[in-house]
Design a protein. Structure first.
Length: 222
């Protein structure tokens, strides 16, 4: 199974010819337009322009919104409702769970508040967690790290944080990933990968029981 980090919260996960794209972004946020051809499935965590730009993707993919449990090809999509922040009137988002063979993969969209006990139970025993950590619109680095420490996924990849390419006018207060990565070092090992993609099976085959690895991928900018 391979993971490509295209930018922001957008990932392409593919295995044995089937491809899932998470949260395609509108290039107005500062990254180049996506050049993804014909994914089988597009998962949208919520309808903000930096997560729901399905029109930027070529082909006739099935688009999944919400958390209803359904099967698509070789995998099942389900999840829980999360919240964009912890204040009154917070907007709902989908916390997505993919069950693909014996692997459990989660994408946490723009999670902006702590998980409830039932959510932690739903997302136990994860093989991969794609975790927002930039603050302001989501959990900040230290709070995101605390969620990871409780869930203890085998692999966690940070997303939705400030980079030199992201439009500061739209995201003026976003943090870089450094706070999150630094906080995770207390309980996890850290791997930096500049290629923007990773062979997940290699990491999983080397993982020790209960060990957490932060995979800090350099985004590909599509």
């Amino acid at each position: 199974m391979r993971l490509d980090y295209l930018a922001h919260s957008c990932f392409l996960l593919h295995h044995q010819g089937y491809r899932v794209l998470f949260d395609p972004y509108d290039p107005r946020i500062g990254y180049p337009a996506l050049r993804v051809q014909d994914p089988n499935l597009i998962v949208v965590s919520h309808d903000h322009h930096d997560h729901n730009a399905v029109g930027q993707v070529n082909g006739r993919a099935t688009v999944v919104r919400g958390i209803a449990r359904r099967g698509y090809g070789p995998l099942t999509v389900s999840g829980c409702i999360g919240w964009h922040d912890d204040g009154e009137g917070a907007e709902p988002i989908s916390l997505t769970l993919l069950e693909w063979g014996d692997r459990r993969v989660a994408h946490f969209g723009d999670l902006g508040c702590d998980l409830a006990a039932e959510q932690e139970k739903a997302f136990s025993a994860l093989d991969l967690l794609l975790m927002p950590c930039g603050g302001d619109y989501t959990l900040d680095g230290k709070k995101a790290a605390r969620v990871v420490e409780r869930l203890r996924p085998k692999l966690v990849v940070p997303m939705h944080y400030m980079t030199p390419f992201l439009d500061r006018g739209q995201f003026p207060n976003l943090e870089t990933a450094e706070s999150f990565v630094g906080a995770c070092k207390k309980f996890a090992s850290v791997v930096h990968e500049r290629s923007g993609h990773a062979d997940l099976d290699t990491f999983w085959s080397q993982a020790k029981e209960g060990e957490v690895t932060v995979l800090h991928l350099q985004h590909q900018m599509a």
